[in-house]
Design a protein around this ligand. Structure first.
Ligand SMILES: *Cc1c(COP(=O)(O)O)cnc(C)c1O
Length: 403
């Protein structure tokens, strides 16, 4: 199976550009620049050189000997995206998009951020390229993530609070889009996940597909064959689509995305868009979406702030409907258990987002034979989550697993 959008940016019925005509014109210019750039060896060379020398790629593919023998089933490998500069996969995408912005002669970068991770990666790359940078962040998120606000400011960005609605990620996107539209000739909207109107899902997939390009070569070198399963957590879906990209054509490789089921499956307690949502349009694209009782975007929650968005990248909706990928859930407590398990067996502290993928792999491995292979995308490191874990353990929101 192939999974590429048509010229109109639709993956089946998902994706598209549900925006006013003047914005579509700008997006189509961006799409044209992107298509031309990835055909230009000089652009590709520059992108690859920043990935290597700035972010430290290639990231290793690590065999979890201890965890595998403890679980007694399939071999578990980790693709170590946590070892990138700034500790997550997000930098792959911000480097790619900022090079496009530079090509287009833009002077100013606008971005949204939820927990602050995309804002930090964007601020760093804007500093690197000498560009002005404005980050929109929900006022509520700014209170919860004061550290990341300070990091962005340290990197030279201006952080603007989004004051509407729930004052979280959705509102930050609304206000960032409005700011971009108000300064559209001068500014570039640097989107943080494989969501949004065409061409963003396609661009983000391209920049993140370095993950699966490397992983494919690395597993062939280590095992002489392709893996049986790929597992990745799904927020907007960028690390997952980057992990899946080069394997979509290999029908035997099973693709598992893992969404957060949070505290419960009740509306407002989770962010499992593909598992519980229905198709709907948000922020200019059609995809599975969590809805409130009026059909608008519903409230979302996850222990992992990087996973709480009420929609999801359109290609994942398409892969789900086609049956090419399957989507599962892991709860807050599952993620916490996996966070401790990986820390204690391998000495690797995962991001709480990535811990959702680890949790799923830990359930899956014992049901499989010892010759089978699971590759988990470890999207980020958990240092950013240590203070939150300490607080939640102290006030009893979560419990520490035995052992
Ligand atoms: C932001 C983030 C995610 C979620 O975003 P995707 O676009 O779904 O990949 C996952 N893991 C980490 C470490 C993150 O920072």
């Amino acid at each position: 199976m192939q999974s590429n959008p048509g010229a109109d940016g639709f993956f089946g019925e998902y994706g598209g550009q549900f925006l006013p005509q003047p914005i579509k014109v700008i997006l189509n210019q961006l799409a044209a620049t992107f298509e031309a750039s990835i055909q230009d060896p000089a652009f590709v060379r520059e992108f690859e050189s920043y990935l290597k020398d700035y972010s430290g790629r290639p990231t290793p593919l690590y065999f979890c000997r201890n965890l595998t023998s403890q679980l007694g089933g399939a071999k578990i490998y980790l693709k170590r995206e946590d070892l990138n500069h700034l500790g997550a996969h997000k930098i792959n995408n911000t480097i790619g998009q900022i090079l496009l912005a530079k090509r287009m002669g833009k002077k100013r970068i606008i971005a949204e951020t939820g927990a602050g991770q995309h804002g930090v990666a964007t601020s760093a790359t804007a500093a690197l390229m000498g560009m002005e940078c404005t980050i929109y962040m929900g006022a509520e998120d700014m209170k919860r993530q004061r550290h990341n606000v300070f990091r962005m400011e340290m990197l030279g960005a201006r952080v603007v609070p989004a004051m509407s609605g729930q004052q979280t990620l959705k509102e930050a996107v609304d206000e960032a889009i409005a700011a971009w539209v108000g300064d559209i000739d001068n500014s570039f909207y640097l989107l943080g996940s494989a969501v949004g109107p065409h061409p963003y899902p396609t661009m983000v997939k391209y920049f993140q597909s370095v993950i699966s390009k490397e992983a494919r070569e690395q597993i062939l070198e280590k095992e002489g064959r392709l893996p049986d399963y790929l597992v990745a957590c799904v927020g907007g879906g960028s690390n997952a689509i980057g992990m899946f990209a080069e394997f979509i054509k290999d029908e035997k490789v099973k693709l598992h995305g893992v969404e957060p089921s949070g505290r419960s499956m009740n509306l407002g307690d989770h962010a499992a868009s593909l598992t519980t949502g229905t198709p709907g349009i948000l922020h200019g694209f059609n995809s599975y979406m969590i809805k409130d009782h009026e059909g608008g975007p519903g409230p979302v929650y996850s222990i992992a702030a990087g996973l709480d968005y009420p929609s999801v990248g359109p290609e994942h909706s398409f892969l789900k409907d086609m049956g090419r990928a399957q989507y599962f859930t892991a709860s807050d407590q599952d993620a916490v258990n996996a966070f401790f398990a990986l820390s204690r067996t391998e000495g690797i502290v995962p991001a709480l987002e990535s811990a959702h993928a680890v949790a799923h792999a830990m359930n899956l491995a014992p049901t499989l034979g010892r010759e089978e292979i699971i590759v988990v995308n470890l999207s980020g490191r958990g240092d950013k989550d240590v203070a939150q874990m300490e607080e939640m353990l102290a006030n009893g929101t979560i419990v520490q697993p035995e052992g």
